[in-house]
Design a protein around this ligand. Structure first.
Ligand code: F6P
Length: 335
């Protein structure tokens, strides 16, 4: 290993020495996640060669058709956590009910094993999102143990399976990115203390939903599109990968605002994305990098969850833009 390269395990030891308040097992937990991520990355990179593309006949609790790789990634994570004694309870996008680990543990892990899975078959970046919450020791877990507000997360982050495999997470002391080095089999610290620029000229939204948006969102996007000729006085660029991990990763790297806002497309759903294993962990890493995560009306990390698979509107990224969109919601609601 060339000198000056910090591996994930070295970084985790340094963090626990520097921050006495970190749970003593947190480093081991992150290494467990990294191990599962390596397995998922291998399957993802092999694609058709591993026979993992395509859909299954089954649907998940959200009524979405499951991809083979969704289910395989889910199994890898569950197997990893259940073979150890760190994670007492597991909740995943792919399972209706949380699963307990008979060996117990100090953490609850909620995850989306393969986010953006509509991209799998077309070889576009996908990812794994995870959120860690404290578990009450020696209790029989019930669903309500998981319903903790996002600001209580002990750690959160994602892996992105793109041109490079990266692990990006926060233990509550900044957001840091590690790139997988296949030659050494190690994650190497490549993005120390990521900072999301407060201002941006880039937005990400599925514009095909425009007719279903609320007025504050329509106003914001129309001003961005009018660019120099609007009150914004500058031109904006748009990007939409349809993989939250990839869109949020871009925002962490160079700024931007990501939106899957409240809409009227399906009135039974208050948003598209899931609070506990998409919005909360992504808001945590974005806020730890100086950005903001909001529903438009409330900070996401302050939302009290009511159910594990709850959906929520999501607006996150560059601080000044998210605040502007919140102001548009406030003005609209007042009027
Ligand atoms: O899990 C939800 C997700 O796949 C996100 O990763 C992504 O941002 C979004 O859905 C894409 O939604 P749409 O299909 O409407 O573009």
């Amino acid at each position: 290993m060339p000198a000056g390269r910090t591996t994930l395990s070295e970084y985790l030891s340094q963090q626990s020495a520097q921050h006495q308040s970190l749970h003593p097992d947190l480093g081991k937990l992150v290494l467990e996640i990294a191990k599962a991520v390596q397995e998922i990355a291998l399957l993802t990179s092999q694609g058709a060669l591993a026979g993992v593309l395509g859909s299954l006949e089954s649907q998940n609790v959200q009524g979405e058709t499951q991809k083979k790789l969704d289910v395989l990634s889910d199994e890898i994570l569950i197997q990893t956590f259940r073979s150890g004694n760190l994670v007492a309870g597991i909740a995943s996008e792919e399972n209706d009910e949380p699963l307990s680990n008979p060996k117990g543990g100090s953490f609850l892990c909620l995850f989306d094993p393969l986010d953006g899975s509509s991209n799998i078959d077309v070889n576009v970046s996908v990812g794994t999102i995870f959120s860690m919450l404290p578990a009450t020791p020696n209790t029989t877990l019930t669903a309500s143990d998981y319903l903790q507000v996002g600001r209580k997360q002990i750690a959160a982050g994602y892996a992105i399976y793109g041109p490079a495999t990266m692990l990006v997470f926060s233990l509550g002391h900044g957001t840091h990115g590690f790139t997988f080095d296949a030659a050494s089999g190690e994650f190497i610290l490549t993005h120390h203390d990521i900072q999301v620029p407060a201002d941006t000229s880039e937005f990400a939204i599925n514009a095909s939903n425009e007719r279903f948006w609320e007025p504050p969102v329509s106003l914001y996007i129309s001003e961005c599109k009018q660019g120099k000729t609007s009150v914004r006085g500058r031109d904006f660029n748009m990007r939409w990968i349809a993989s939250m991990v990839a869109d949020v990763h871009r925002i962490l790297m160079r700024g931007g605002v990501f939106m899957y806002p409240k809409d009227t497309k399906d009135p039974s759903k208050p948003g598209r994305l899931r609070l506990m294993y998409e919005a909360n962990p992504m808001s945590f890493v974005v806020e730890q990098a100086g950005g903001l995560g909001s529903t438009g009306r409330q900070r996401i990390l302050d939302v009290q969850p009511e159910s594990i698979h709850q959906r929520i509107p999501v607006i996150l990224g560059s601080k000044n833009e998210v605040e502007r969109i919140e102001n548009y919601h406030r003005d609209h609601d007042r009027a």
